[in-house]
Design a protein around this ligand. Structure first.
Ligand SMILES: [Zn+2]
Length: 195
C-alpha cells in the first residue's frame, strides 16, 4: 500500500481556459491540465505567463484517491490498533482464553457478509442485520418454522449489536426425510438431463 499522499497542484490557468493544473503538487516543468480523464491532449502553461497556453499531446488527468476506500482502510487500521493492545492487556491481566474470546467476539461483530455452515438438517451462521432494523445491543430469540402458531421451534438466534448469530434446522424433523428424497430425485433428473 502506498502511504504517500498524492496531492494535486493548486495552480490555475488563465481566465480564458480556467482549469486547475492536473499534475501532482511540486511537479517539475510547466503546469498541465486535461479537461477529463479520456482527453488525449492537455493544456500546458507556466506561472510566468499563464495566458500562453499550448495544447500538447498526452493526458495528465489527476486521479483523486477514492475517499471511501481511504476511509475504510483508515478505519480498519484504527480498529486493529485499538484491538491488539486490548487483547494483550487481557492476556496479561486475565488469561489467554479471555483474550481469545475478546478477539473472537470482535471478529464476529465486524462481520459484513453472511456466513453459513450446513450440518445436515441444521445450519449455523452469522449475518449482519439490515441497517433499517432496530438496533439491539443484545437479544435472544427463538426461530420458528413458519409464521403460524402451531409450528415447531427451528432454532435460536442471538443478536449482538448489528450482528446476528443463529443455529436452526432447515426443516422440521418429519419433513426432512421427504426433502432429502426430493433433492436426491432432482439431482438424478438434472444428471439425466445433462447426459
Ligand atoms: Zn501545476
Amino acid at each position: 500500500m502506498k502511504l504517500r499522499r498524492q496531492r494535486q497542484c493548486p495552480a490555475w490557468s488563465c481566465f480564458a481556459v480556467d482549469i486547475q493544473c492536473q499534475r501532482l503538487l511540486k511537479h517539475d516543468g510547466p503546469h498541465g491540465a486535461s479537461p477529463n480523464p479520456r482527453y488525449a491532449q492537455h493544456y500546458s502553461w507556466t506561472d510566468a505567463d499563464p495566458n500562453a497556453i499550448e495544447v500538447l499531446p498526452g493526458n495528465v488527468w489527476f486521479h483523486r484517491p477514492d475517499p471511501s476506500r481511504v476511509l475504510q482502510t483508515a478505519r480498519r487500521v484504527g480498529e486493529w490498533a485499538a484491538l491488539v493492545p486490548g487483547a494483550f492487556f487481557l492476556w496479561w491481566a486475565c488469561s489467554l482464553t479471555t483474550a481469545a474470546v475478546f478477539l473472537a467476539v470482535d471478529l464476529l461483530l465486524s462481520v459484513r457478509r453472511a456466513h453459513f455452515v450446513d450440518l445436515g438438517r441444521f445450519t449455523a451462521g452469522v449475518w449482519p442485520g439490515s441497517p433499517a432494523a432496530p438496533r439491539l445491543i443484545f437479544a435472544v430469540a427463538w426461530m420458528w418454522h413458519g409464521p403460524e402458531r402451531n409450528v415447531k421451534r427451528a432454532g435460536l438466534e442471538v443478536v449482538l449489536g448489528r450482528v446476528t448469530v443463529g443455529v436452526y434446522a432447515l426443516a422440521p424433523r418429519k419433513e426432512w426425510g421427504e426433502r432429502k428424497r426430493q433433492r436426491a430425485a432432482l439431482h438424478v433428473r438434472r444428471k439425466a438431463g445433462r447426459l
